[in-house]
Design a protein around this ligand. Structure first.
Ligand SMILES: *[C@@H]1O[C@H](CO)[C@@H](O)[C@H](O)[C@H]1NC(C)=O
Ligand SMILES: *[C@@H]1O[C@H](CO)[C@@H](O)[C@H](O)[C@H]1NC(C)=O
Ligand SMILES: *[C@@H]1O[C@H](CO)[C@@H](O)[C@H](O)[C@H]1NC(C)=O
Ligand SMILES: *[C@@H]1O[C@H](CO)[C@@H](O)[C@H](O)[C@H]1NC(C)=O
Length: 259
């Protein structure tokens, strides 16, 4: 016997700033997780509960059977305009779902533990080298959430490689934008003296890290250098980490997913 049951799945990744529903087909094989919504108004109460629980998508999907005639179940990867879903099935037949947000053209999707974020590397417009406040402002417009930083060493390497590539693209349209100075990237983080106990604003990152090099005399903000790994700090009001030879040329921004 097969009957349709509408499941509303919520992305825990999106729940941080807004909610998104995915409607799909399927019948829960086991209703244990719905015990507390056993009322006449099942559907409304189910929705209400789903709206309240950020992990709704994960608690329910494990109980859904895989049916051939359902448009979603039985497929490993579902790619839609605003999201994609990757499904892996373990040996004992339990399916694990990975809900992925979709990022805008200038951003890419990065997975940070159980969270997904969109990252965009933005170069400053002319006169090119700017301070931390300019970085913060640039990251808060055009679909930006704010500054972010690297979550892991792998993500940092990715950022450094992508930044080098995007500077080459910038140079195609604006040859003056490339010059001999090092082109560093402001990143989320304000530190105490010596580049210690840096705190971030993006809550998908870890606060309280120390930088490997602190070039600031007064207040300290974090940057990433494309030439070498590790986070460094510089004067927040400065436009270069070392006078004359470097330029704080852009920022690591987090952007909203497509919605
Ligand atoms: C989802 O699956 C597709 C196809 O196998 C793969 O290219 C993509 O990287 C996967 N996405 C994630 C976030 O794992
Ligand atoms: C996500 O991971 C963090 C850290 O590992 C954990 O504290 C948190 O409860 C997890 N959130 C969800 C919704 O699973
Ligand atoms: C970062 O946060 C910690 C814990 O709240 C605090 O002790 C430290 O002083 C903060 N660092 C800065 C630079 O504000
Ligand atoms: C980025 O470019 C700089 C300058 O050309 C180079 O020194 C650096 O190794 C490059 N970084 C990466 C991660 O490729």
């Amino acid at each position: 016997m097969f009957f349709l049951w509408l499941l509303f799945f919520f992305s825990f990744a999106l729940a941080e700033f807004h909610s998104k529903m995915i409607i799909t087909w399927g019948q829960p094989a086991n209703y244990n997780s719905y015990d507390n919504i056993n009322t006449d108004n099942f559907w409304t109460d189910c929705l209400k509960q789903c709206l309240e629980e950020v992990d709704c998508v994960r608690t329910n999907t494990e109980f859904c059977p895989i049916g051939d005639d359902a448009p979603l179940f039985g497929e490993d990867n579902v790619i839609e305009p605003y999201y994609s879903i990757n499904v892996t099935i373990s040996q004992d037949g339990i399916s694990f779902w990975q809900f992925n947000i979709k990022c805008g053209d200038d951003s890419w999707l990065a997975i940070r533990g159980n969270q997904s974020v969109c990252i965009s590397l933005r170069p400053f417009p002319s006169p090119y080298c700017m301070n931390y406040e300019a970085a913060r402002n640039m990251c808060s417009v055009n679909n930006g959430i704010g500054l972010t930083n690297s979550y892991s060493d792998i993500e940092e390497l990715d950022i450094r490689i992508r930044w080098n590539n995007s500077l080459q693209e910038v140079a195609i349209n604006d040859p003056n934008a490339l010059f001999s100075k090092t082109k560093d990237l402001w990143a989320d983080g304000i530190c105490s003296s010596g580049g210690k106990n840096c705190n971030v604003t993006d809550d998908t990152l870890q606060s309280d890290f120390n930088v490997i090099n602190d070039y600031a005399i007064n207040n300290r903000c974090v940057f990433i250098a494309p030439s070498a790994p590790g986070k460094r700090s510089a004067e927040c009001s400065g436009t270069s980490a070392y006078r004359d030879t470097s330029c704080l040329r852009g920022a690591v921004c987090r952007t909203f997913p497509i919605q």
